[in-house]
Design a protein around this ligand. Sequence first.
Ligand code: PLP
Length: 402
Amino acid sequence: TLDFHPTGRHFLQIPGPSPVPDRILRAMSLPTIDHRGPEFAALGLKVLADIKKIFKTKQSVMIYPASGTGAWEAALVNTLSAGDHVLMYETGHFAALWQKLAARVGLKTEVMSDPGAEVWRHGVRADLIEERLKADSQHSIKAVCVVHNETSTGVTSNIAAVRKAINAAKHPALLLVDTISGLASADYKHDEWGVDVSISGSQKGLMLPPGISFNAVSSKALEASKNAKLPKAFWAWDEIIEMNKTGYWPSTPNTNLLYGLNEACDMLLEHGLDVVFARHQRWAEGVRAAVRAWGLQIQCADAAVYSPILTGVMTPEGVDADAVRKIIYERFDCSLGTGLGKVKGKMFRIGHLGDCNDLTLMAALSGCEMGLKLAGVKLAGSGVQAAMDHFSSHSAVMPLRK
Ligand code: PLP
Protein backbone atom coordinates (compact mmCIF):
# COMPACT_ATOMS: atom_id res chain seq x y z
CA THR A 1 0.00 0.00 0.00
CA LEU A 2 1.11 3.56 -0.64
CA ASP A 3 2.05 5.56 2.40
CA PHE A 4 1.18 8.77 0.62
CA HIS A 5 -1.93 9.82 -1.25
CA PRO A 6 -1.20 11.66 -4.46
CA THR A 7 -3.89 13.76 -6.05
CA GLY A 8 -3.87 15.02 -9.60
CA ARG A 9 -1.41 13.67 -12.11
CA HIS A 10 2.20 12.83 -11.41
CA PHE A 11 4.50 14.95 -13.58
CA LEU A 12 6.62 12.46 -15.47
CA GLN A 13 9.21 14.87 -16.85
CA ILE A 14 12.02 12.40 -17.38
CA PRO A 15 13.31 12.04 -20.95
CA GLY A 16 11.55 8.74 -21.37
CA PRO A 17 9.55 6.79 -20.59
CA SER A 18 7.34 9.73 -21.49
CA PRO A 19 3.67 10.09 -20.54
CA VAL A 20 1.38 7.78 -22.51
CA PRO A 21 -1.65 9.60 -23.99
CA ASP A 22 -5.10 8.34 -22.99
CA ARG A 23 -5.83 7.49 -26.63
CA ILE A 24 -2.91 5.04 -26.66
CA LEU A 25 -3.76 3.62 -23.22
CA ARG A 26 -7.29 2.92 -24.43
CA ALA A 27 -6.02 1.24 -27.61
CA MET A 28 -3.77 -1.00 -25.53
CA SER A 29 -6.61 -2.00 -23.24
CA LEU A 30 -8.34 -4.03 -25.96
CA PRO A 31 -8.32 -7.82 -25.61
CA THR A 32 -5.21 -9.64 -26.77
CA ILE A 33 -5.94 -11.53 -29.99
CA ASP A 34 -4.56 -14.65 -31.68
CA HIS A 35 -1.18 -13.62 -33.06
CA ARG A 36 -1.53 -16.26 -35.82
CA GLY A 37 -5.02 -15.18 -36.90
CA PRO A 38 -6.10 -12.96 -39.83
CA GLU A 39 -7.03 -9.98 -37.64
CA PHE A 40 -3.49 -9.90 -36.31
CA ALA A 41 -1.95 -9.95 -39.80
CA ALA A 42 -3.82 -6.75 -40.69
CA LEU A 43 -2.41 -5.09 -37.57
CA GLY A 44 1.10 -6.41 -38.26
CA LEU A 45 1.14 -5.15 -41.84
CA LYS A 46 -0.24 -1.77 -40.78
CA VAL A 47 2.36 -1.11 -38.06
CA LEU A 48 5.20 -2.35 -40.27
CA ALA A 49 4.11 0.09 -43.01
CA ASP A 50 3.56 3.01 -40.61
CA ILE A 51 6.83 2.69 -38.73
CA LYS A 52 8.70 3.01 -42.04
CA LYS A 53 7.12 6.44 -42.46
CA ILE A 54 8.39 7.44 -39.01
CA PHE A 55 11.96 6.29 -39.81
CA LYS A 56 11.62 7.81 -43.32
CA THR A 57 12.68 4.56 -44.93
CA LYS A 58 11.43 2.28 -47.68
CA GLN A 59 13.50 -0.60 -46.29
CA SER A 60 12.72 -3.20 -43.62
CA VAL A 61 12.16 -2.25 -40.00
CA MET A 62 12.42 -4.97 -37.35
CA ILE A 63 10.04 -4.64 -34.39
CA TYR A 64 11.31 -6.46 -31.29
CA PRO A 65 9.48 -7.16 -28.04
CA ALA A 66 12.44 -5.76 -26.10
CA SER A 67 13.76 -2.54 -24.61
CA GLY A 68 16.23 -0.39 -26.54
CA THR A 69 19.20 -2.34 -25.22
CA GLY A 70 17.96 -5.42 -27.08
CA ALA A 71 17.85 -3.48 -30.35
CA TRP A 72 21.41 -2.21 -29.70
CA GLU A 73 22.53 -5.82 -29.43
CA ALA A 74 20.47 -6.85 -32.46
CA ALA A 75 22.14 -4.19 -34.63
CA LEU A 76 25.60 -5.49 -33.69
CA VAL A 77 25.03 -9.25 -33.79
CA ASN A 78 23.29 -9.10 -37.15
CA THR A 79 26.04 -7.18 -38.91
CA LEU A 80 29.36 -8.10 -37.27
CA SER A 81 31.66 -11.00 -36.40
CA ALA A 82 33.62 -11.76 -33.23
CA GLY A 83 36.66 -9.50 -32.87
CA ASP A 84 35.46 -6.98 -35.46
CA HIS A 85 36.76 -3.48 -34.85
CA VAL A 86 34.07 -0.87 -34.25
CA LEU A 87 34.52 2.87 -33.80
CA MET A 88 32.19 4.27 -31.13
CA TYR A 89 31.91 7.98 -30.42
CA GLU A 90 31.40 8.79 -26.74
CA THR A 91 28.85 11.59 -26.52
CA GLY A 92 27.52 10.58 -23.11
CA HIS A 93 26.33 7.79 -20.86
CA PHE A 94 24.25 5.94 -23.46
CA ALA A 95 27.09 5.92 -25.97
CA ALA A 96 29.27 4.52 -23.16
CA LEU A 97 26.71 1.81 -22.31
CA TRP A 98 26.47 0.79 -25.95
CA GLN A 99 30.25 0.45 -26.04
CA LYS A 100 30.14 -1.79 -22.96
CA LEU A 101 27.52 -3.97 -24.63
CA ALA A 102 29.56 -4.15 -27.85
CA ALA A 103 32.61 -5.30 -25.89
CA ARG A 104 30.50 -7.92 -24.09
CA VAL A 105 29.26 -9.46 -27.35
CA GLY A 106 32.88 -9.87 -28.46
CA LEU A 107 33.69 -6.81 -30.54
CA LYS A 108 36.90 -4.83 -30.40
CA THR A 109 35.71 -1.37 -29.52
CA GLU A 110 37.59 1.85 -30.10
CA VAL A 111 36.11 4.78 -28.21
CA MET A 112 36.65 8.23 -29.58
CA SER A 113 35.75 11.70 -28.41
CA ASP A 114 37.06 15.22 -28.80
CA PRO A 115 40.05 15.39 -26.44
CA GLY A 116 39.87 19.19 -26.19
CA ALA A 117 36.17 19.41 -25.32
CA GLU A 118 34.47 19.52 -21.92
CA VAL A 119 33.06 16.15 -20.89
CA TRP A 120 29.74 15.31 -22.51
CA ARG A 121 28.75 18.81 -23.63
CA HIS A 122 29.13 18.44 -27.40
CA GLY A 123 27.86 16.31 -30.27
CA VAL A 124 29.88 14.06 -32.54
CA ARG A 125 32.70 15.76 -34.45
CA ALA A 126 32.34 14.28 -37.91
CA ASP A 127 35.71 15.68 -38.95
CA LEU A 128 37.44 13.55 -36.31
CA ILE A 129 35.62 10.46 -37.58
CA GLU A 130 36.70 11.29 -41.14
CA GLU A 131 40.30 11.70 -40.03
CA ARG A 132 40.24 8.40 -38.13
CA LEU A 133 38.71 6.50 -41.06
CA LYS A 134 41.22 7.98 -43.50
CA ALA A 135 44.00 6.66 -41.26
CA ASP A 136 42.43 3.18 -41.40
CA SER A 137 43.82 2.35 -44.84
CA GLN A 138 43.38 -1.40 -44.22
CA HIS A 139 39.65 -0.88 -43.59
CA SER A 140 39.84 -2.79 -40.34
CA ILE A 141 37.02 -0.68 -38.86
CA LYS A 142 33.77 -2.45 -39.71
CA ALA A 143 31.24 -0.07 -38.18
CA VAL A 144 30.91 3.47 -36.86
CA CYS A 145 28.44 3.79 -33.96
CA VAL A 146 26.91 7.09 -32.92
CA VAL A 147 23.99 8.26 -30.79
CA HIS A 148 21.60 10.69 -32.49
CA ASN A 149 20.08 12.18 -29.32
CA GLU A 150 22.22 11.57 -26.25
CA THR A 151 19.54 11.25 -23.58
CA SER A 152 22.02 11.60 -20.73
CA THR A 153 23.00 15.14 -21.73
CA GLY A 154 20.48 16.69 -24.12
CA VAL A 155 22.98 16.90 -26.98
CA THR A 156 22.17 15.78 -30.51
CA SER A 157 24.58 14.79 -33.27
CA ASN A 158 24.49 15.55 -36.96
CA ILE A 159 24.03 12.13 -38.55
CA ALA A 160 24.09 13.40 -42.14
CA ALA A 161 27.53 14.88 -41.40
CA VAL A 162 28.76 11.51 -40.11
CA ARG A 163 27.60 9.81 -43.31
CA LYS A 164 29.38 12.51 -45.33
CA ALA A 165 32.55 11.92 -43.32
CA ILE A 166 32.44 8.16 -43.98
CA ASN A 167 31.92 8.82 -47.69
CA ALA A 168 34.66 11.45 -47.80
CA ALA A 169 37.06 8.93 -46.29
CA LYS A 170 35.93 6.42 -48.95
CA HIS A 171 35.55 3.93 -46.13
CA PRO A 172 33.22 0.90 -46.29
CA ALA A 173 32.31 0.88 -42.56
CA LEU A 174 28.66 0.50 -41.69
CA LEU A 175 26.94 3.43 -39.97
CA LEU A 176 24.94 2.32 -36.92
CA VAL A 177 22.86 4.99 -35.20
CA ASP A 178 21.02 4.96 -31.87
CA THR A 179 17.95 7.16 -32.21
CA ILE A 180 16.21 5.60 -29.24
CA SER A 181 15.24 8.99 -27.84
CA GLY A 182 15.42 10.94 -31.09
CA LEU A 183 12.87 9.21 -33.29
CA ALA A 184 9.45 10.87 -33.57
CA SER A 185 10.65 13.94 -31.65
CA ALA A 186 13.56 15.19 -33.78
CA ASP A 187 13.72 14.80 -37.54
CA TYR A 188 15.27 11.51 -38.58
CA LYS A 189 15.91 10.33 -42.16
CA HIS A 190 17.14 6.75 -42.24
CA ASP A 191 17.32 6.48 -46.05
CA GLU A 192 18.40 10.01 -46.93
CA TRP A 193 21.17 10.03 -44.32
CA GLY A 194 22.46 6.66 -45.50
CA VAL A 195 22.21 4.99 -42.12
CA ASP A 196 22.82 1.22 -42.21
CA VAL A 197 21.09 0.33 -38.95
CA SER A 198 18.90 2.76 -36.99
CA ILE A 199 17.99 1.67 -33.49
CA SER A 200 15.00 3.03 -31.62
CA GLY A 201 12.60 2.34 -28.78
CA SER A 202 8.96 2.82 -27.90
CA GLN A 203 9.07 4.79 -24.66
CA LYS A 204 10.20 8.21 -25.88
CA GLY A 205 8.83 10.14 -28.85
CA LEU A 206 6.48 7.32 -29.79
CA MET A 207 4.68 7.93 -26.46
CA LEU A 208 4.36 4.21 -25.69
CA PRO A 209 5.31 2.28 -22.59
CA PRO A 210 8.74 0.60 -22.70
CA GLY A 211 8.80 -2.81 -24.36
CA ILE A 212 9.20 -2.34 -28.11
CA SER A 213 12.41 -1.55 -29.93
CA PHE A 214 13.42 -1.32 -33.56
CA ASN A 215 16.13 -1.90 -36.13
CA ALA A 216 15.67 -0.07 -39.42
CA VAL A 217 18.14 -1.50 -41.92
CA SER A 218 19.79 -0.73 -45.26
CA SER A 219 20.46 -3.14 -48.11
CA LYS A 220 24.16 -2.94 -47.19
CA ALA A 221 23.35 -3.98 -43.62
CA LEU A 222 21.22 -6.86 -44.89
CA GLU A 223 24.09 -7.98 -47.09
CA ALA A 224 26.47 -7.79 -44.11
CA SER A 225 24.05 -9.88 -42.04
CA LYS A 226 24.51 -12.80 -44.42
CA ASN A 227 28.20 -13.09 -43.54
CA ALA A 228 28.16 -11.81 -39.96
CA LYS A 229 29.27 -14.53 -37.55
CA LEU A 230 28.33 -13.29 -34.08
CA PRO A 231 25.77 -15.74 -32.64
CA LYS A 232 22.19 -14.61 -33.25
CA ALA A 233 18.90 -16.43 -33.00
CA PHE A 234 16.16 -14.39 -31.36
CA TRP A 235 17.57 -11.20 -32.92
CA ALA A 236 18.19 -12.64 -36.41
CA TRP A 237 16.71 -10.42 -39.09
CA ASP A 238 16.22 -13.07 -41.80
CA GLU A 239 13.40 -15.02 -40.13
CA ILE A 240 11.69 -11.86 -38.94
CA ILE A 241 11.73 -10.30 -42.42
CA GLU A 242 10.36 -13.50 -43.91
CA MET A 243 7.47 -13.75 -41.42
CA ASN A 244 6.78 -10.00 -41.58
CA LYS A 245 5.90 -10.33 -45.27
CA THR A 246 2.51 -11.67 -44.18
CA GLY A 247 2.17 -9.56 -41.03
CA TYR A 248 3.45 -12.09 -38.49
CA TRP A 249 6.53 -12.68 -36.34
CA PRO A 250 8.53 -15.84 -35.64
CA SER A 251 7.77 -15.66 -31.89
CA THR A 252 4.89 -14.18 -29.92
CA PRO A 253 4.81 -10.42 -30.46
CA ASN A 254 3.67 -7.99 -27.74
CA THR A 255 0.20 -7.62 -29.23
CA ASN A 256 -1.12 -4.91 -26.92
CA LEU A 257 1.95 -2.74 -27.39
CA LEU A 258 1.41 -3.14 -31.12
CA TYR A 259 -2.14 -1.79 -30.67
CA GLY A 260 -0.45 1.13 -28.98
CA LEU A 261 2.12 1.50 -31.75
CA ASN A 262 -0.66 1.53 -34.32
CA GLU A 263 -2.40 4.33 -32.44
CA ALA A 264 0.84 6.26 -31.88
CA CYS A 265 1.69 6.16 -35.60
CA ASP A 266 -1.83 7.33 -36.45
CA MET A 267 -1.49 10.24 -34.03
CA LEU A 268 1.96 11.27 -35.26
CA LEU A 269 1.03 11.00 -38.92
CA GLU A 270 -2.29 12.83 -38.38
CA HIS A 271 -0.43 15.70 -36.71
CA GLY A 272 2.28 15.55 -39.38
CA LEU A 273 5.88 14.82 -38.45
CA ASP A 274 7.00 18.37 -39.22
CA VAL A 275 4.47 19.73 -36.74
CA VAL A 276 5.62 17.18 -34.15
CA PHE A 277 9.26 18.25 -34.60
CA ALA A 278 8.44 21.97 -34.51
CA ARG A 279 6.42 21.46 -31.32
CA HIS A 280 9.43 19.82 -29.63
CA GLN A 281 11.74 22.64 -30.76
CA ARG A 282 9.40 25.22 -29.33
CA TRP A 283 9.13 23.45 -25.96
CA ALA A 284 12.90 23.10 -25.82
CA GLU A 285 13.34 26.83 -26.50
CA GLY A 286 10.92 27.67 -23.68
CA VAL A 287 12.74 25.41 -21.24
CA ARG A 288 16.14 26.83 -22.22
CA ALA A 289 14.77 30.35 -21.71
CA ALA A 290 13.90 29.28 -18.15
CA VAL A 291 17.35 27.80 -17.47
CA ARG A 292 19.05 30.96 -18.75
CA ALA A 293 16.84 33.17 -16.61
CA TRP A 294 17.78 31.12 -13.55
CA GLY A 295 21.38 31.88 -14.41
CA LEU A 296 22.23 28.18 -14.72
CA GLN A 297 24.21 26.44 -17.43
CA ILE A 298 22.67 24.19 -20.08
CA GLN A 299 24.59 20.89 -20.29
CA CYS A 300 24.79 21.16 -24.09
CA ALA A 301 27.46 23.77 -24.81
CA ASP A 302 26.75 24.03 -28.54
CA ALA A 303 23.56 25.81 -29.63
CA ALA A 304 23.71 24.05 -33.01
CA VAL A 305 23.00 20.69 -31.38
CA TYR A 306 20.59 21.50 -28.54
CA SER A 307 18.22 18.59 -28.03
CA PRO A 308 14.54 19.22 -28.78
CA ILE A 309 13.73 16.30 -26.47
CA LEU A 310 15.32 17.18 -23.16
CA THR A 311 17.42 19.83 -21.50
CA GLY A 312 20.26 19.09 -19.10
CA VAL A 313 20.47 21.67 -16.31
CA MET A 314 23.82 21.99 -14.56
CA THR A 315 23.63 22.86 -10.87
CA PRO A 316 26.19 25.31 -9.44
CA GLU A 317 29.43 23.95 -7.99
CA GLY A 318 28.72 22.40 -4.60
CA VAL A 319 25.00 21.80 -5.22
CA ASP A 320 24.08 18.12 -5.57
CA ALA A 321 21.67 17.93 -8.52
CA ASP A 322 20.14 14.75 -7.08
CA ALA A 323 19.31 16.54 -3.83
CA VAL A 324 17.44 19.15 -5.89
CA ARG A 325 15.63 16.40 -7.79
CA LYS A 326 14.67 14.69 -4.55
CA ILE A 327 13.06 17.87 -3.20
CA ILE A 328 11.13 18.37 -6.44
CA TYR A 329 9.96 14.76 -6.40
CA GLU A 330 8.96 14.67 -2.75
CA ARG A 331 7.39 18.11 -2.51
CA PHE A 332 5.84 18.51 -5.94
CA ASP A 333 5.35 14.96 -7.26
CA CYS A 334 7.45 15.66 -10.36
CA SER A 335 10.05 13.21 -11.69
CA LEU A 336 13.12 14.64 -13.41
CA GLY A 337 15.99 12.74 -14.99
CA THR A 338 19.07 12.11 -12.88
CA GLY A 339 22.61 12.88 -13.98
CA LEU A 340 24.15 9.67 -15.27
CA GLY A 341 27.72 8.37 -15.21
CA LYS A 342 30.33 11.12 -15.41
CA VAL A 343 27.79 13.89 -14.77
CA LYS A 344 26.05 12.27 -11.78
CA GLY A 345 25.17 14.87 -9.15
CA LYS A 346 26.23 17.70 -11.45
CA MET A 347 23.06 18.09 -13.51
CA PHE A 348 19.45 17.03 -13.83
CA ARG A 349 17.38 16.55 -16.96
CA ILE A 350 14.00 17.98 -17.90
CA GLY A 351 12.17 15.91 -20.52
CA HIS A 352 9.97 17.84 -22.98
CA LEU A 353 8.81 15.16 -25.35
CA GLY A 354 5.81 13.33 -26.63
CA ASP A 355 2.48 13.96 -24.91
CA CYS A 356 3.38 17.30 -23.42
CA ASN A 357 2.12 20.88 -23.73
CA ASP A 358 2.95 24.42 -22.67
CA LEU A 359 1.15 24.11 -19.37
CA THR A 360 2.59 20.75 -18.34
CA LEU A 361 6.00 22.30 -18.99
CA MET A 362 5.09 25.43 -17.03
CA ALA A 363 4.10 23.23 -14.11
CA ALA A 364 7.32 21.25 -14.33
CA LEU A 365 9.37 24.44 -14.50
CA SER A 366 7.51 25.80 -11.46
CA GLY A 367 8.45 22.63 -9.60
CA CYS A 368 12.07 23.09 -10.67
CA GLU A 369 12.17 26.73 -9.65
CA MET A 370 10.63 26.05 -6.23
CA GLY A 371 12.90 23.04 -5.72
CA LEU A 372 16.05 24.95 -6.69
CA LYS A 373 15.17 27.71 -4.22
CA LEU A 374 14.37 25.21 -1.47
CA ALA A 375 17.77 23.60 -2.11
CA GLY A 376 19.38 26.98 -1.49
CA VAL A 377 20.39 27.71 -5.08
CA LYS A 378 20.67 31.46 -5.70
CA LEU A 379 18.76 32.09 -8.91
CA ALA A 380 19.46 35.09 -11.13
CA GLY A 381 15.79 35.48 -11.97
CA SER A 382 12.55 33.66 -12.63
CA GLY A 383 12.76 30.92 -15.22
CA VAL A 384 9.02 30.42 -14.92
CA GLN A 385 8.44 34.03 -15.99
CA ALA A 386 10.90 33.67 -18.87
CA ALA A 387 9.18 30.50 -20.10
CA MET A 388 5.75 32.13 -19.82
CA ASP A 389 7.06 35.07 -21.84
CA HIS A 390 8.46 32.65 -24.40
CA PHE A 391 5.33 30.54 -24.77
CA SER A 392 2.98 33.52 -24.85
CA SER A 393 5.01 35.36 -27.46
CA HIS A 394 5.61 32.36 -29.74
CA SER A 395 2.41 30.95 -31.16
CA ALA A 396 1.74 27.25 -30.94
CA VAL A 397 2.77 25.23 -33.96
CA MET A 398 -0.28 23.03 -34.16
CA PRO A 399 -3.94 23.89 -34.58
CA LEU A 400 -5.47 25.01 -31.30
CA ARG A 401 -8.90 24.30 -29.88
CA LYS A 402 -11.60 26.45 -31.48
N1 PLP B 1 20.11 4.63 -25.90
C1 PLP B 1 19.53 5.79 -25.53
C2 PLP B 1 19.89 7.04 -26.25
C3 PLP B 1 18.61 5.80 -24.49
O1 PLP B 1 18.03 6.93 -24.11
C4 PLP B 1 18.30 4.58 -23.81
C5 PLP B 1 17.36 4.57 -22.69
O2 PLP B 1 16.99 5.57 -22.14
C6 PLP B 1 18.93 3.42 -24.24
C7 PLP B 1 19.82 3.48 -25.29
C8 PLP B 1 18.68 2.11 -23.58
O3 PLP B 1 17.38 1.70 -23.87
P1 PLP B 1 16.53 0.78 -22.86
O4 PLP B 1 16.71 1.38 -21.50
O5 PLP B 1 15.13 0.90 -23.41
O6 PLP B 1 17.07 -0.59 -22.95
